[in-house]
Design a protein around this ligand. Structure first.
Ligand SMILES: [Zn+2]
Length: 299
């Protein structure tokens, strides 16, 4: 009986110790999977990290779920893409979560650490559902992942200084590995330098710009507005005039227009994943770019 009691006490102690260690882990909520992946690479097991959005969803139109509020209520840190990409869904959720921790350093807006491109001079309804703060899809330039990773590491250190050495080491290893991958991506993408392409939406703007590929038109008529028959005639002219060979389609918009035009003109249609988990072979941030580069460059 005595032995059993001791065993029980020991078991309780072990449970309590692991429970309290677990409770001290920083709870990080990422708006999108790519943010969760970069955070995971840096922090390893030092944090609990979860993404709200699913990679297969259109990142512009995330439907909020009640479970998101509960997640935000328990979070120590919320990391957003920013540049108004989440304007329609994150602010109402944060309001409802009523978590005081998410004020000040409890929210990290990654768009503040990169140079935004395509900032419109003026905004009118005629422009469609344009991004008023500039193109928010900056994480698709692999060079932008560097300041993003540094910003995440700094914020983790600020909120959880006891694990500073872990985060610093995690960042160092991540950046070493990232720089090795960048060299491979540069080498592969050099073959497409100077080419003209068409995209469904300007989703891969930063990626294409980085590797000196010009995106001359979009399949969508205007941002967020599907193509019309008239637009498709115009698009065909632009493809011919600019000697376009590749049409890039995202994984969440209808692909019928892109299919018709690529078949008609004998062009390559490439379905590119935009986030970690959006397609097969994109299980982390390294794999995502490996796959984008592979899809762009293979015959
Ligand atoms: Zn967009």
């Amino acid at each position: 009986m005595k032995k059993t009691l001791i065993q029980l006490t020991l078991a309780t102690l072990v449970t309590l110790t692991s429970a309290s260690t677990h409770a001290q882990k920083l709870k990080v909520i990422a708006a999108y999977p790519y943010i969760a992946s970069i955070t995971q690479e840096i922090a390893g097991n030092s944090v609990d990290i979860e993404s709200l959005a699913n990679a297969k969803w259109d990142p512009h139109f995330i439907t909020a779920r009640p479970s998101f509020i509960a997640k935000l209520r328990n979070a120590d840190l919320l990391i957003t893409n920013g540049a108004e990409l989440e304007i329609g869904w994150i602010p109402p959720l944060v309001n409802q979560a009523k978590n005081l921790k998410l004020g000040g350093d409890g929210t990290l807006d990654l768009s503040r650490y990169v140079d935004l491109q395509e900032i419109p001079q003026e905004i009118s309804r005629k422009m469609g559902d344009v991004h008023p703060s500039g193109n928010p899809h900056f994480h698709l330039d692999p060079y932008n992942v560097i300041p993003i990773a540094k910003a995440i590491s700094s914020r983790l250190i600020k909120l959880d200084s006891a694990n500073t050495a872990n985060y610093e080491h995690g960042l160092k290893i991540f950046l070493q590995k990232w720089n090795e991958h960048l060299q491979n991506w540069e080498k592969s993408m050099a073959s497409l330098k100077g080419q003209n392409v068409v995209q469904y939406h300007n989703l891969f703007h930063y990626f294409l710009h980085r590797f000196q590929i010009s995106s001359v038109a979009t399949v969508e008529r205007l941002p967020g507005i599907p193509p019309t028959a008239e637009h498709m005639i115009d698009l065909e002219k632009q493809i011919k005039n600019n000697h376009v060979n590749i049409v890039i389609q995202d994984i969440y918009h209808p692909d019928n227009a892109a299919k018709i035009i690529t078949q008609k003109l004998g062009l390559k249609l490439v379905y590119l994943p935009h986030d970690v988990g959006a397609a097969s072979h994109t299980e982390n941030i390294f794999a995502l770019f490996d796959e984008i580069v592979r899809l762009m460059t293979h015959d």
